[in-house]
Design a protein around this ligand. Sequence first.
Ligand SMILES: [Zn+2]
Length: 445
Amino acid sequence: MTYEKPLYLRGVHAPRRGGLNLLASAGFVIAIVVANWLVFFHGDAAPQPTLDERLAKPVEILPADALLPPTDTRETPTTRVVEGTLARGETPAQALVRLGANPASAQSALNASARHLDMRTLRAGQKIVAGLLPDGAVHSVTLPVDETTYVESIRGEDGFSARRQEIATDKETVEFACVVRGSLYESLQRCGADIALAPVAADLLGAQVDFFTDSRRGDILRVIVDKESAGGRFLRYGRVHGMTYEGRLANASAFAVDQADGSVRYFDADGNAAERVFLRSPLKYTRISSDFTLRRLHPILHAYTPHRAMDYAAPKGTPVFAVGDGKIVAMGKKGAAGNMLVLQHEGGLQTYYAHLSSYTKGLKVGDKVPKRMLIAAVGSTGRSTGPHLHFAVAKDGQFVHPRALQEVRGQRLPEAQLNDFKARVGNLVGRLKALPVKGNDSTQS
Ligand SMILES: [Zn+2]
């Protein structure tokens, strides 16, 4: 079927005046609590942008503890180190003054930094570390750019000079087997792994085993994975060479296979696609503020209207990613939806991203975008009560629950590669099975 009206507007334009119902409001609050709970236990850490993506489009809000102060800002008898984060609407110079710096020296230090970092891209929450002389004059300023990069401005004989510094990262391959007791998070922590492995496992094995309903005490997760760290601090897990889950109710596995285009795909031991075709969510969200429902009290219209989408609350500027490979079929202002982008995917599926504050520079209708590409930033344009992403999914012209995307599985490994793959998997499985199992009471010393 075809639509004369934009899909998003359906139902919103013809509200039935239902009046404000307190019971319904209470129900809505409970629904939010339940949704949060589900997100916490079921949710997936949204995709991490690559370093290149972040440097190209720095819309991500940096974690406040992104970086330790480098050597030059360590406490010395003559300088004291101050540290803070940018407040909303504050310039870096204002933040430095608030932290005790003298305004003129703060400005000079930052002018040097500005040659290596576009200050306009800094957001509230951006960390700033400075070394101050006893009179409040700035000795040095460090601005973390991302987990492994910072810009440092240091006072010298002829004023300030700045440089962009990369922290060397260490890569190693780690392997372990971990017995499951409680949630996957708890189990991994008990086994000494970083909990960042939990969403990785959920991504790679989640289509084969439901960690919420199918995992049982005593199940074993085995993994051989690349791990990146900087200065002894864990950064991220990389390529998963092999991962298996031996469960009482379900078994699952995933093994990496390099693709001709340089990407990596994962297959189970039989050569079936392990990963889901679509991401579980298009952003790293704070909470689900409104779920897919055919009956919702509209926050602005105060009437019951269907909400055939998911609303993800997130700060303005939060990166929005394409949930799957697709083509941009619409992009622009669309009434109540505000700034909206629509992607067409294979299999008659479309994804809608609404209320956006901006689009990634250079994107236009007709462009092909890969899964996990940064396409836009969260906003509150159109009919919206606060910054959130309205995310809708349509299949063959009908809005469906976004979870339908999770049932889509990828292509099997091509027959021609199957023999080589199985031989390699055989070796990896041998290695995985030989690992000592951690996290058992009886094996803990
Ligand atoms: Zn919505």
